[in-house]
Design a protein around this ligand. Structure first.
Ligand code: BG6
Length: 500
């Protein structure tokens, strides 16, 4: 029935296909905080069949029973909703564990045996999702070993898919190499590259907002839009991730993936259908249209920052040159967006935890109210709020009541939770369900990942060649270095003031 040809049947709310999910890195943070709670949430919503099973793989020796106990304890802490007895019984009856070294072929023969066993015991039909929730240096090895053990070969009756977590490479070349390496063992339709931002509800809603409403698309272009701002601000620092972050930095960690995905969904052309490949084609096309920056342009259009106490964080060098903040001005060279700047910024230890996309419209062309009290007025601003509260707001000018003609900025706003209620989720439910149902729309294709890296590559090159002189250059709890404000001030603009 299945193989990895893309399907969209899952969107109609049918339970995912029978399958086993093998989680590599089962004792890691991602598995316990996100994946296992997401599996339970999917079952609670009726989206997983009884013909389902989980095999956790990690290095520590443990029995199935000990693993189940550990999962039960983790779920008590991390599941976003209480786990009732029936639900836990359902999961624990189909949860297994295999200890071993991810690079040793022996682990894979035991996995093959385990999966065969699940087919009989749980009716998983030979369908398998291999979830690589491991550090990135294992990705290539695991997929090769899976291939050697015959665990990636699909048949007309059963699919074999591989979910690859972020980071996918750390440069354009390394992403290409990893793609080439994976593609020797598995075909592109079997690879599901995760960008967890695409699992966020409002991010997906961007497509609905733009393309299921008739009124926005006609004004979604350079004639009406002055600039677009994308902010992903975090208040947390690097916490215990110093070792990874020292190598990555804010640019690699956030821009080629999360921020560019937000940009792509905001700027892409309407796809001709909601089929995975139409959507992914348009996203990739718009990323390709981002104007490449010369070294001189990088110096003017890219800003880096490091927060005050960063160098004192665990596993961070006291002379660290790693950026914890980045802001950039990007231009999209196509008919829709020519000359409309896309300002993007992200950073750690900023003033608020807040993710938003701000669309600022052009002012009216004729100053009708020039002879009145209304000297000037603010442009219309549409804000898509993604985190922590999800919603959409639009500011516009209204007349202040009274005989004198005066205007004031007012806001129309829509909050998801008020209308649809709050559904506690981990953000991985949709992604897991889509993979199990064979719908790759929300996953990154090889060309899209490579294009993302090619956008940031010139900045990585210049920053590597010219170490930052003034680090640290912003105090924790602020909006980043002053160069970030200057980046917009030079164009006569300013970042939207975020007050929450
Ligand atoms: C991850 C980055 O991909 O995304 C982290 O590695 C970052 O550094 C995180 O904190 C942000 O995700 P979210 O969902 O909390 O906005």
């Amino acid at each position: 029935m299945s193989t990895s040809k893309s399907k969209t049947s899952g969107r109609r709310g049918e339970p995912g296909d029978p399958c086993a999910v093998a989680i590599f890195g089962a004792s890691g943070d991602l598995a316990k905080r996100k994946l296992l709670p997401a599996i339970l949430n999917l079952r609670r919503s009726g989206l997983l069949r009884d013909e389902f099973a989980v095999i956790g793989l990690a290095t520590s020796e443990m029995t199935n029973e000990a693993f189940r106990e550990r999962v039960a304890g983790d779920l008590r802490i991390f599941a976003p909703q209480d786990v009732d007895t029936d639900l836990w019984k359902w999961l624990s009856e189909r949860t297994y564990y295999i200890p071993g070294n991810f690079r040793s072929p022996d682990l894979y023969s035991r996995l093959a045996e385990g999966l065969r066993d699940l087919e009989t015991r749980h009716g998983t039909l030979g369908n398998v999702v291999h979830y690589l929730a491991t550090p990135p240096d294992f990705f290539g090895d695991i997929v090769e070993r899976l291939g050697e053990a015959g665990l990636t070969a699909e048949t007309p009756e059963s699919f074999r898919r591989v979910i690859i977590e972020k980071p996918f490479g750390n440069s354009y070349d390394s992403a290409r190499e990893l793609n080439a390496r994976l593609l020797k063992t598995v075909a592109e339709p079997q690879i599901y590259r995760i960008d967890h931002y695409l699992g966020k509800e409002t991010v997906q809603n961007l497509l609905v907002f733009r393309f299921a409403n008739g009124i926005f698309e006609p004004i979604w272009n350079r004639r009406y839009i002055d600039n677009v701002q994308i902010t992903v601000a975090e208040t947390v620092g690097v916490e215990q991730r110093g070792r990874y972050y020292e190598q990555a930095g804010a640019l690699r960690d956030m821009v080629p993936n999360h921020l560019l995905q937000l940009l792509a969904l905001t700027a892409m052309e309407p796809p001709s259908s909601f089929e995975a490949e139409s959507v992914r084609d348009e996203k990739t096309k718009v990323l390709r249209a981002i104007q490449p920056m010369s070294a001189e342009e990088v110096l003017v259009r890219a800003v880096r920052g490091q927060y005050g106490a960063y160098r004192a964080e665990p596993r961070v060098s006291p002379e660290s040159q790693t950026e914890t903040f980045v802001a950039m001005k990007l231009l999209v060279d196509n008919w829709r967006w020519a000359d409309v700047p896309f300002y993007i910024r992200t950073g750690k230890r900023l003033a608020a935890q807040h993710t938003e996309i701000t669309i600022t419209f052009r002012r009216p062309p004729h100053r009708l109210f020039a002879d009145t009290e209304v000297a000037d007025f603010a442009p219309n601003v549409l804000v898509l709020h993604l985190q922590p509260d999800e919603g959409i707001s639009l500011t516009f000018e209204a007349k202040v009541p009274g005989p004198v003609v005066k205007t004031g900025g007012v806001e129309m706003s829509f909050n998801y939770a008020d209308h649809f209620g709050r559904t506690p989720r981990t953000g991985y439910e949709t992604l897991l369900y889509d993979c199990i149902s064979g719908d790759p729309t929300l996953f990154q294709r090889a060309d899209s990942v490579e294009t993302g890296w090619s956008v940031v590559e010139p900045v990585l090159d210049v920053w590597r060649a010219l170490p930052a002189r003034a680090f640290p250059n912003y105090a924790a709890g602020t909006w980043g270095p002053k160069d970030s404000d200057e980046l917009l001030a030079r164009d006569g603009r300013a970042w939207r003031r975020i007050t929450s």
